[in-house]
Design a binder for this molecule. Structure first.
Ligand code: GTP
Ligand code: MG
Length: 206
């Protein structure tokens, strides 16, 4: 799929303030600093569309970007940033949970994982919660440029394999680098296939 047009729409503090036009949307979530905003900019080939920072905790609202005037990419705040106070963390987690559980237009959640690290409890708990809540999701490994291609692949495979201890069926996964523009086509084609299913009146994938 080619993104011809990407524009910022709105930053919402609650799910009730999100756009009301009922277009399909795809959200990016993961630990603070994992590269959510950078990935959105890479996919759209639009530097500065989503605000990025080398300091964690940059994104604090639910940010909608309208793509080709037809569907949305959604940049969410990161979870689990230890330097945020307990009350800020709790508020962000509530905002994220409400958005994910209540947003009917949400077609797929992309959970971003830094490809350099072993599976962390916070990510695993989040994924298990998505599963229990019946939310369709996929995994995006980020920052693949920080490893050799071989190491990136083996880390991703190992990470996915670990899910098999409780998950019967594994979600789709993608290896990406915002820096090197790796994985762009794969992620966009995946979104395109879901959009095509919606147009044919099929259900959300699970
Ligand atoms: P929060 O909004 O704070 O939760 O962070 P985020 O997940 O949106 O991360 P962001 O995109 O702001 O990127 C965090 C840092 O990681 C920035 O310094 C980026 O330049 C860097 N970064 C993001 N993606 C990549 C990547 O693919 N490769 C490399 N080398 N650095 C990356
Ligand atoms: Mg961000």
């Amino acid at each position: 799929m080619i993104i011809k047009n990407s524009e910022f729409t709105i930053s919402a503090p609650t799910v009730s303030k999100c756009p009301e036009d009922n277009k399909p949307e795809y959200a990016f979530i993961g630990r603070s600093n994992v590269g959510k905003s950078s990935l959105i900019n890479m996919l759209c080939n639009h530097k500065g569309l989503a605000k990025t920072s080398s300091k964690p905790g940059k994104t604090l609202l639910i940010n909608h970007f309208i793509i080709n005037k037809e569907w949305y990419l959604v940049d969410l705040p990161g979870y689990g940033y230890a330097k945020n106070s307990k009350s800020v963390r709790a508020k962000l987690e509530q905002m994220i949970a409400q958005y994910i559980l209540q947003r009917k237009q949400l077609m797929n959640v992309f959970v971003l994982i830094d490809i350099r690290h072993e599976q962390q409890t916070i990510d695993r708990e989040f994924i298990d919660w998505l599963g229990k809540s019946n939310v369709p999701f996929s995994i995006i490994f980020t920052k693949a440029d920080k490893l050799t291609a071989g190491r990136a692949k083996s880390n991703a495979l190992l990470w996915m394999k670990k899910l098999e201890d409780t998950w019967e069926e594994l979600p789709p996964y993608f290896i990406t680098s915002a820096e090197k523009k790796t994985g762009k086509e794969e992620v966009l084609d995946y979104i395109e296939s879901i959009n095509a299913n919606i147009q044919q009146g099929l259900e959300k994938p699970h």
